[in-house]
Design a protein around this ligand. Structure first.
Ligand SMILES: CC(C)(COP(=O)(O)OP(=O)(O)OC[C@H]1O[C@@H](n2cnc3c(N)ncnc32)[C@H](O)[C@@H]1OP(=O)(O)O)[C@@H](O)C(=O)NCCC(=O)NCCS
Length: 166
């Protein structure tokens, strides 16, 4: 793929990724529920998968927004992580990850968490590089695209506020 082809805008669906994990004894705390840190690691990986698929390049995690864990996850549960690129800015892109838990014995399916991550594309030397635009095609994708623009402004305002405080 030459440079022009690499920079062609791509639909959100090209980045859509799913990652499944079975919760094993090494993933849990003394109460036998999933460690928050383990889930954060999986969220980062699932988000990176979508960012790689969209940018066709190396990426680094620049930030992860606020994270809530709404329901506990137990040993033997299946954790399903779905990720896609919401919006591209220049060298960075916002990826949304939603996390679900499936208990196939009790036939239950619950929403565990949602997260927004920003990844920055870099070359093999670690230098930042531009990312092709993303094309939202559905109503949900267009809403996420618009919301991502608003979230970027909030992130920047927050970063400026922190800088001025230091
Ligand atoms: C993320 C990183 C590449 C940004 O580099 P930088 O020199 O500060 O670059 P800039 O301030 O010019 O920002 C570059 C892009 O990143 C975005 N960015 C930088 N910091 C960000 C943050 N905290 N949250 C969201 N976006 C951020 C900028 O908005 C900009 O996006 P754009 O090109 O699409 O407009 C750099 O801070 C880095 O390498 N961090 C370590 C990444 C890493 O190792 N992650 C793994 C966990 S340790």
């Amino acid at each position: 793929m030459n440079q022009d082809e690499l920079m062609m805008p791509r639909p959100v669906r090209d980045s859509q990724s799913e990652m499944n994990e079975i919760v094993l004894p090494n993933d849990v705390n003394p109460l036998n529920t999933l460690l928050g840190g383990r889930l954060m690691h999986w969220i980062d990986l699932a988000g990176a998968l979508a960012a790689h698929r969209h940018s066709r390049n190396y990426v680094v995690t620049a930030s992860i927004d606020h994270l809530d864990f709404w329901v506990p996850v137990h040993i033997g549960d299946v954790v399903i992580l779905r990720a896609s690129v919401n919006r591209v800015f220049h060298t960075s892109m916002e990826v949304g990850v939603t996390v679900w838990v499936e208990n196939y014995i009790q036939d239950e399916y619950k929403h565990v968490s949602s997260a927004y991550l920003t990844f920055v594309a870099v070359d093999a030397a670690g230098k930042r590089i531009p990312v092709p635009a993303v094309i939202p095609e559905t109503e949900d994708q267009r809403r996420r695209y618009d919301d991502a623009g608003r979230r970027r402004e909030i992130r920047r305002a927050e970063a400026d506020r922190r800088k001025n405080k230091i």
